[in-house]
Design a protein around this ligand. Structure first.
Ligand SMILES: [Mg+2]
Ligand SMILES: [Zn+2]
Length: 253
């Protein structure tokens, strides 16, 4: 029995996906504000560099003060742009015996409610994100995933409240192989903790591409894992199939 479990463990793999502009085709916070309080879009732009959980907590205080209810927020979550091909990706990963996790600087309420609205909760094994909860009177509070009192050792592109490299390092102790999917410069730290048999899957057209292709191309050298680029969910399925179809694939740099 123990040997059987060990064999299963050796063959498991994890596909870890970022949420905003990766799993969904929009930025969840920006979309939320466009739906519920368009005038607050300027607040997001003005505080773009604030820790994302703090900015969201501040925005939800404003929504609450303006009379926006919990139901209004959940209804807006249901309108996040979602490419149905992503569901095919989930099915493919499960069919091959893999797990799926979300690693995101959004928050656990957005992610949980979104998967529930898609009847897709059963596909997700783990969510590493800023913990969110409702107050008894219906205000959404968003706390940091990583406490500032116990800072991560990351020297790269991560905000103080979440280090995707730290999350990837944790997953690597539990899975034989990891595929990390993201669109942003802040996904680079997660990708940099992957090994040669893992894969980094970067979305074209977002800040990861401008970071690695235009501004700091030398940093691609920090990746041990092959880097594959994708544009939409159908492309991503092709990339994931390619990675799973081989023990290792050549490093693309
Ligand atoms: Mg993203
Ligand atoms: Zn980091």
């Amino acid at each position: 029995m123990a040997q059987q479990q060990q064999q299963q463990q050796q063959h498991t793999f994890l596909v870890a996906l970022d949420f905003d502009n990766t799993l969904i085709d929009c930025d969840s916070t920006s979309h939320m504000m466009e739906q519920l309080a368009p005038a607050e879009s300027a607040t997001i732009e003005a505080h773009w560099n604030m820790p994302w959980n703090e900015l969201n907590d501040m925005l939800f205080a404003k929504l609450y003060a303006a009379g926006v209810s919990k139901d209004d927020v959940i209804r807006a979550v249901r309108t996040f742009a979602f490419n149905p091909d992503m569901r095919q990706l989930f099915a493919l990963v499960k069919e091959r015996g893999g797990d799926i996790a979300i690693v995101s600087d959004a928050n656990t309420v957005f992610i949980t409610e979104f998967f529930a609205s898609q009847n897709a909760t059963h596909f997700i094994s783990d969510t590493a994100s800023n913990p969110a909860s409702w107050t008894t009177d219906g205000r959404l509070r968003v706390a940091p995933r990583t406490n500032a009192a116990t800072p991560h050792a990351c020297t790269g592109t991560c905000p103080v409240n979440l280090c995707k490299g730290f999350e990837v390092a944790q997953y690597k102790t539990r899975y034989d192989r990891l595929l990390f999917v993201g669109d942003g410069e802040r996904d680079f730290c997660g990708m940099s903790k992957l090994g040669p048999r893992d894969a980094a899957l970067g979305r074209l057209g977002y800040s990861l591409e401008s970071f690695l292709v235009v501004r700091e191309p030398q940093r691609v050298g920090e990746l041990q894992a092959p880097l594959l680029w994708w544009r939409d969910a159908a492309d991503l399925i092709t990339c994931v199939s390619q990675v799973l179809g081989s023990d290792s694939i050549p490093l693309i740099k």
